[in-house]
Each structure stands twice: as structure tokens, then as C-alpha cells.
Write a protein that binds this ligand. Structure first.
Ligand code: ADP
Length: 534
């Protein structure tokens, strides 16, 4: 063996090959992990709840095990049971994906104590980054800039008001244990402090079993830009570029890109260095992400570190050519990163989260059975999905069904490609976010990249307000039927015949469902009328 290699390896944990992995997750990310395993010649074991029998991820893996009923608390969140299953089936490692148990320190520790390899960072690094306040303390010590604010939980409303006055309104109250945008309240005036604190604490207690809330300056109009990290167990920690995630609704990402229009090579280097410093301070190993807010002046502030693979990892993969999930497995098996610097981003990648939410109705969750699925294909298209025809979409899990990702030489070409891909995509059986994404691709602000994290909320009414031509037509048809009903009711009253009402209503119901011949007629008239007017 080469002396330099053996020297480095003695300092790191003993390398152990991974031959079989239990995937402690479901949906698209479980499919993604099974694919990475297969390409590396690793066997994969899927676990599934009763609601997920026959799901895509079950089929993607080499073997599968039923782990319990639909509620996650009785299946995907039963860490001890998952470890038992892994041991029974002689798996070497557990990959947690994102969500579920991925950022539970106790689980990472229990996996390790069971003699299994944890495909993720050390439990100590998860703990160090697990609470937002602890992460802030660590980042400050590492010299990474953080949003002005406290590193300790607030005692009461009086203290909160005092600190808010010091930082200047608006401020943000945030759950220390927070995630998924929960336990966060913007406060714009002293009068709002007490009730905001109370509701943030209540929400934090309910969501995380921990009511600790701290205070930060609320930054107006920043972008959310995050840095992907890869670190091996031999001391190499590399920033592999940024992702722009400013298109958010209720602090939840909807569309992500790499690179970011707001990041120059010089800023990329500075943000990358800051992220690496924070990761190293936590003793980080494996893939992770440092999230930052980037303001209009190019100042950036550390928000938190996600100690797992992220939903939006594919955009980084497409512009760097790195397979991040394969690297997670290789690093966990003790491999060394063969580079100390990441490649400069090549081209542009965009990801749209395809969720079972209905944008036309306030993004209400939609449930049902997928009855038809046509996937886009052709140049530069990637589909990371967890659905197929026959999949039942319920309310037990996250509404994200899949991710549609495109790669093209320029941002403009990537937007055009995403529009084309969304037009090709057909999902029937549930309402999806596709129409929202299509409208986004046509939005002039989005096309110019002139967005920040508050942009979408302000834009949504206008974006979704103008109905699509088909909807206009449908609405016109329904309206016409309702008018006809009123006329008929009038006539019925005149002749004293009450039954006409029912008949007319059934026509209107048809109009919303399958369209009766009368409705089709009205629709034709409405279309002719709109053509005549335009
Ligand atoms: P979570 O872990 O709940 O997702 P984050 O700290 O990552 O919470 O914040 C989620 C989102 O909330 C960010 O992407 C950003 O849009 C917004 N946000 C968080 N902190 C601030 C802040 N200090 N000022 C303005 N917006 C913020």
C-alpha cells in the first residue's frame, strides 16, 4: 500500500465495505437510494408500511419488509424496530434519507451501537447542529456569519420585547428545535410580541416536544442560498457549490436551482469557505448542507446546517457531475474523496417539486389513486419519482410525489426545457402543483431571476389568479348552466312545477364532472363568444 494512504487511513475509522443497505424511508428518496445502491453493486432492502404495499420504492429495492401500519409513528419512525430488521436481514448499513429519522441523534447513535454503519454524519455532529441555537453558537465560534440574534431560548415576552428593540423590528421568533418552517413568527411591532411568542412556543411544543424559542433579526428580501458539503472521514471537507432556494411558500421550498444568479465565483468561494468552517467545527463527515440568507448587498448569514441528504440535491448533481448519494455510501464505507476542490458548475439545473396539492385551491392536499402517468423525456430531463399508475396518495405522508429536474447549458434554456417537460407531464387521479410550476416558468420576474424569499407569497394571488383558458371555459359553462337554472326556476315558479329545480341542478353537477351535452353546447357558445371578443 502507498505509505501516504495508509498513514491517512490510520487516523480514520476502520473502513468497512457496505454490501447490503436498509433504506429507512419511502417515496422518491427511497427509490433514489435504491438506484445508487444498485449502481454501486450494493443490495438494498426497502421497508414499507401497510399503506405503501406495492409502492415504487418497494419495487426499486432488491428486498422489502413490511414494518407496520400507515401512521409513520407505527412504521417509518420506529427506529428500534428498523434496526432489528436490519440486523435480522444482515444489512451492513442504514440509509435514513431525509425527514423521518434522518436527523435524530439517538437513532444515529443506536445504529452505530448495533454495529451497523450509519450513512450520515456522526451522531455528535447531528447533535451539534440539531438545535438552531447550538448551531449558531458553533458557527459563531467558527467565524461563520450568523443572522443577528440570540443563541439562548427566550425567558418571557418582556425579554423578547427588550431584545427586539435592540435588534430593531421586524424580528423573527424561531423554535430552537425547528424544521419545516414550524414554530416561526415574524413580529413587526412591540404589541405583537407576547402573542407571537406564545403561539411560536405552542407550535414548537406540539411539533418538536420542545418549546424553546429564540429571536433573530428578520432580514427583509434576502435570498435563500445553501452550500452543499461533502466531507470524508480522512479530513477532507469540500464545498460543492450552491443552490438557490428562494422560491418558497410558507418557508417551504417549491423550486430550486443551481447555480444561483446572485452568486459570483468569488462569493461562491467565500460562502463555501464559511460552510466548510462550520462543518469542520461540528466534526462533520458525509453529505450535509449549510443554509444561508444572502442579502441584496452580498452579505450572507448562516441559518442552519441540515445533517442529511436534501430534497434538492439533484440540481447540484447535474451541474457538478457528482453523484451525492453514491458519495454518501462511499464515504460511509470509509472511502476518501478524490478531490479537494469541487468542479465549477456546468450549465444550469432547475428542480420543481411535484406535490399532490391543488394550487387553484390554496394548495389544499389532494388525495386519490394515480390513474394515468406520462413522464416527460428527451434531452436534459430527470425524474426522481415515487409514484406509478395505481399508487394511492393519502394523507399519512408528505405530499411530495416526485421531483422534475432539468439541465441545460444556460438558465434561459433550462426554463424553456422545464416548461416543455411540464407540458409533457401528465398525472391523473390527484391534483398536483404542475400548473403552478408552469405559470412560474412564464413569470417575467422569475425569468429575470429577480426573486427573494418573500417574493412568491406576494406574487401568488396574481400568479394563480388568472385562470387558464380551459378553466375559463369550464367556469363559463358552469355559469351558463346556473343562469339557465335560474331561468328555469323562474319558469317553474310561474307554472307551479317544483321538479325543474332538481333537473337543472343535476345538469350543473354534470358540468363540474363529465359535461352533459347541454353543457358542451354552452361551452361551445362560450368559446365562440370569447373568440368573438378577443
Ligand atoms: P426550518 O428549519 O424550519 O426550515 P430555517 O431556519 O431553515 O427553518 O428557515 C426557513 C426559511 O425561513 C428560510 O429559508 C427563510 O425563507 C426564512 N427565514 C429564516 N430565518 C429568517 C430570518 N432571520 N429573516 C428572514 N427570513 C428568515
Amino acid at each position: 500500500m502507498h505509505p501516504a494512504v495508509s498513514l491517512k487511513q490510520t487516523a480514520a475509522p476502520a473502513a468497512r465495505p457496505i454490501r447490503r443497505v436498509l433504506i429507512a424511508n419511502r417515496g422518491e428518496i427511497a427509490v433514489r437510494i435504491a438506484r445508487a445502491c444498485r449502481e454501486l453493486g450494493i443490495e438494498s432492502i426497502a421497508v414499507y408500511s401497510e399503506a405503501d404495499a406495492g409502492a415504487s420504492h418497494v419495487r426499486a429495492a432488491d428486498r422489502s419488509v413490511l414494518i407496520g401500519p400507515a401512521p409513520a409513528s407505527q412504521s417509518y419512525l420506529r427506529g428500534d424496530h428498523l434496526i432489528e430488521v436490519a440486523k435480522q436481514l444482515e444489512a451492513d448499513a442504514i440509509h435514513p434519507g431525509y425527514g423521518f429519522l434522518s436527523e435524530r441523534e439517538w437513532f444515529a447513535r443506536a445504529v452505530r451501537e448495533a454495529g451497523l454503519i450509519w450513512v450520515g454524519p456522526p451522531a455528535e455532529a447531528i447533535a451539534a447542529m440539531g438545535s438552531k441555537t447550538a448551531a449558531r453558537t458553533l458557527a459563531i465560534a467558527a467565524g461563520t456569519p450568523v443572522v443577528p440574534g440570540t443563541t439562548e431560548a427566550l425567558r418571557d415576552a418582556a425579554q423578547a420585547a427588550e431584545l427586539a428593540a435592540q435588534f430593531g423590528y421586524p424580528v423573527l421568533l424561531k423554535a430552537a428545535a425547528g424544521g419545516g418552517g414550524k414554530g416561526m413568527r415574524v413580529v413587526r411591532a412591540p404589541a405583537e410580541v407576547a402573542s407571537a411568542l406564545e403561539s411560536a412556543q405552542r407550535e414548537a411544543q406540539n411539533a418538536f416536544g420542545d418549546d424553546a424559542v429564540y429571536i433573530e433579526k428578520y432580514i427583509e428580501g434576502p435570498r435563500h442560498v445553501e452550500i452543499q458539503i461533502l466531507a470524508d472521514a480522512h479530513g477532507t471537507c469540500v464545498a460543492v457549490g450552491e443552490r438557490e432556494c428562494s422560491i418558497q411558500r410558507r418557508h417551504q421550498k417549491m423550486i430550486e436551482e443551481a447555480p444561483s444568479v446572485a452568486v459570483s465565483p468569488e462569493l461562491r468561494k467565500r460562502m463555501g469557505d464559511a460552510a466548510v468552517a462550520a462543518a469542520k467545527a461540528a466534526g462533520y463527515v458525509n453529505a450535509g448542507t449549510c443554509e444561508f440568507l444572502l442579502d441584496a448587498h452580498g452579505e450572507f448569514y448562516f441559518l442552519e446546517m441540515n445533517t442529511r441528504i436534501q430534497v434538492e440535491h439533484p440540481v447540484t448533481e447535474l451541474v457538478t457531475g457528482l453523484d451525492l448519494v453514491q458519495w454518501q455510501l462511499r464515504i460511509a464505507a470509509g472511502e476518501q474523496l478524490p478531490f479537494t476542490q469541487a468542479p465549477e458548475p456546468r450549465g444550469w439545473a432547475i428542480e420543481c417539486r411535484i406535490t399532490s396539492e391543488d394550487p387553484a385551491h390554496g394548495f389544499l392536499p389532494s388525495t386519490g389513486r394515480i390513474t394515468a402517468l406520462h413522464l416527460p423525456s428527451g434531452p436534459g430531463i430527470r425524474w426522481d419519482g415515487g409514484i406509478e399508475v395505481g399508487t394511492t396518495v393519502g394523507l399519512s405522508y408528505d405530499p411530495m410525489l416526485a421531483k422534475l429536474i432539468v439541465h441545460a447549458p444556460t438558465r434561459e434554456a433550462a426554463i424553456a426545457r422545464m416548461r416543455r417537460a411540464l407540458q409533457e407531464l401528465v398525472i391523473e387521479g390527484v391534483e398536483t402543483s404542475c400548473e403552478f410550476h408552469l405559470r412560474m416558468m412564464d413569470d417575467p420576474d422569475y425569468q429575470r431571476g429577480a426573486v427573494d424569499i418573500q417574493w412568491l407569497e406576494a406574487k401568488l394571488p396574481a400568479l394563480l389568479g388568472a385562470p387558464a383558458p380551459e378553466e375559463t371555459l369550464r367556469a363559463a359553462a358552469v355559469g351558463a348552466v346556473l343562469l339557465a337554472e335560474r331561468d328555469r326556476q323562474g319558469r317553474a315558479r310561474q307554472v307551479g312545477n317544483g321538479s325543474a329545480n332538481g333537473a337543472a341542478r343535476s345538469d350543473a353537477v354534470d358540468a363540474q364532472g363529465g359535461a352533459s351535452s347541454e353543457v358542451r353546447g354552452w361551452a361551445r357558445l362560450a368559446r365562440e363568444e370569447s373568440l368573438r371578443r378577443s
